[in-house]
Design a protein around this ligand. Sequence first.
Ligand code: NAI
Ligand code: A1CAB
Length: 258
Amino acid sequence: MNILLIGCGKMGGALLSRWVEGSDRFTIVDPGLGEAPNGVQLVTDRAALGDEMFDVAVVAIKPQMIDQVLPDYVAHIADDGYALSIAAGCSIDRLMRVLGGKPVIRVMPNLPAAIGEGVSGLVAGSGVTPAQQDHARALMALAGTVVVVDDEDKLDRVTAVAGSGPGYVFEIARAYVAAAVDLGFTLDEARALALGTMAGGVAMARKSDQSLEELRNSVTSKHGTTEAGLQALNGDDLLSRRLRDTVGTAYARAVELR
Ligand SMILES: NC(=O)C1=CN([C@@H]2O[C@H](COP(=O)(O)OP(=O)(O)OC[C@H]3O[C@@H](n4cnc5c(N)ncnc54)[C@H](O)[C@@H]3O)[C@@H](O)[C@H]2O)C=CC1
Ligand SMILES: O=C(O)[C@@H]1CCC=N1
């Protein structure tokens, strides 16, 4: 397939770094990009595309730019082509309107796609063929796990949990490392201890048949150190409430971006 990547910033670039391992051919249009990966054509404006046609146009610009930028690309999408949007919130209806009715698949990837450990949600709009959906799914699978959802509202919920999720994870890890530094460790030591503990805990939870509560309890001795620490962490349920607020607020923002 001949694929046009419209926007190649943090998320578009992360996906492209995995996609180039597949069999598709890529052209990037991004006025802000200095150079493209090996084997990928880069143009800084649409005029340089000439009359080239693409099977897929990947929408990887900010949602706020979509109405202004996308109409220029309609003429470059083949008759049997489709658009694959990674933009948060922006609905299939809105995308189809600016793309002259071309079929649209929305995905919501996340940044660990860069190392093949991403999690993506996928929802297909009307007029998408099974072959197009299979193609999009295979493309996203190059970057990690793909979860197909059956409506767009659910994709906006995926955005709140998984799309934005690495931001929460990095912030929690940052605060954990800072707390270890405050306790007397160097930054290197604190990163090794906190990130190693998070990675080990997550890896163990993923392999285990036990619930997260059971795993937590297996660390927690009666009247021991963990019990004391957990009481400070979530004894008042504040952490749980804050995480519910976190995903709820991100979901509300995705709805605003529709
Ligand atoms: N960063 C993330 O973790 C995730 C981002 N997304 C979505 O990905 C999209 C892009 O976000 P980021 O990569 O974070 O932003 P970014 O700012 O890193 O990338 C946007 C890119 O678009 C380029 N651009 C600006 N005007 C353009 C134009 N007229 N034509 C072509 N390219 C143009 C910019 O030069 C930039 O490289 C957004 O819609 C966002 O909702 C989705 C999931 C996760
Ligand atoms: O913050 C954002 O709006 C984008 C979508 C999900 C992650 N980053």
